[in-house]
Write a protein that binds this ligand. Sequence first.
Ligand code: NAP
Length: 462
Amino acid sequence: MGYQTTNPYTNEVLATFDTATPAQIDAAIAAADAAFRSWRDTPLPERLAVLDRAADILQAGRRDYAEVLTLEMGKLIAEAEAEVDLCVDMLRYYVRNAPGLLTPRFLRAAGYGDTDVQLVPEPQGVLFAVEPWNFPYYQVIRIGAPQLAVGNTLVLKHASMVPQSALRMVSLLAEAGGEGLITNVFASHDAAEQILADDRVRGLALTGSEAAGASVAAIAAKNLKKSTLELGGADAFIVLEDAELDKAVNWAVFGRHWNAGQVCCSSKRMIIVDPLYDEFVDKYRAGVARLVAGDPMDPATTLAPLSSRSAVDELAGKVRAAREAGVTVEEVGEPVPEQGCFFQPTIMTDIPVGSPTANAEFFGPVSSLYRAADEDDAVRIANSSPFGLGGSVFSADIHRAQRLARRLDTGMVFINQPTGVAAEIPFGGVKRSGYGRELVDLGLKEFVNEKVIAVTDIDGAF
Ligand code: NAP
């Protein structure tokens, strides 16, 4: 399928775009490289002024930007507005913090004076950003804000179902005075070979599925280019016996169903210790049943359609496979509308740890519930996943929850909250959830050349 906007609530095809030719891709890389050459020499305060203006523009056009998201991938309008707000926060984070984070520092080394060895963070050039459709602006700004602050530029290959969101990110930067900082390409998958073989492209940042990560990172590696991968997840939502049950249930329902369940770090596996399990399941089922599927532009709607018909089909296939493998599968709530790409909320129980169902990522309103004998068993179940993105622990005892968090093999753990996506908190995982981090200083430094500049009197040194 080529690049097109299909409204997942009405199924209307609203716009289509031609896939880029090799010559167009070459021109895009040339433009991004030309932009890099002047951008890297632009004084940092001027670079940050562009990011600041981009934040102003997003803030002023909040509703207008948000509507594009709802139109292209169907998220609730309030969630779309929250995504725009988060982009503003990320841009402003770097406006505030990049000067401190990018200040060269001196290293103490034997035989050198205190200011003789410098570490100078320098940009490297054009990065290839491959991004998914589930947070069409957030994903671009999450990589874009730090990398543009550093002085790199981006060639963006966005998901084929959000072409207008991709174009809005390009025009946002241009309007803010950063023409060419993000160059969009409506590239085919095959084009990754051309892009990553090009010497002007210095790295790959990919957010998406394991399959995409493995495929595109292999091309980067073959061309000796660094990559960061933000991939899938099956985050555990652990509820200990001392947790406030209603609070845990409410946030579990939210954690699983925001963005229609299409979130890498959504709470996909509820792991409940035995004393609370039965009551949790009853209340969770009732909470899920209260979700209201409908028009994502209607503020009364609490369950959005999935992003596309193919997303519905793929999820249905995974649920069917689970049922055939003996997992207990229960559809919950009023039937979802027939119009649009809705998926009936589903709860799965009796899932053997280590089975294909337990190890899969369900990208939609499908919950996996596990009964754990105790805390140790909860950790065992949580860590049995091939993924290692995030997770959460609900307990009245914060110190106990923090100790448990240390035992989880993931990149992030949130206590008494399903997740905590924020501009000031780094994002990323381990295991099959990928490698590298985005945001804060960690993300800022992923594609920086930490250049050593050392001076000494070599004759006097020995
Ligand atoms: P996807 O199919 O992997 O697509 C992600 C991006 O990769 C899209 O731009 C896609 O292009 C491109 N792509 C896929 N295969 C490719 C290939 N072989 N060569 C070049 N490009 C390729 O993932 P998705 O379905 O859009 O997104 C859902 C997945 O992303 C889930 O697994 C989710 O957990 C993960 N995700 C992770 C994070 C995180 O930060 N860890 C955040 C959000 C989502 P096309 O659209 O043209 O196919």
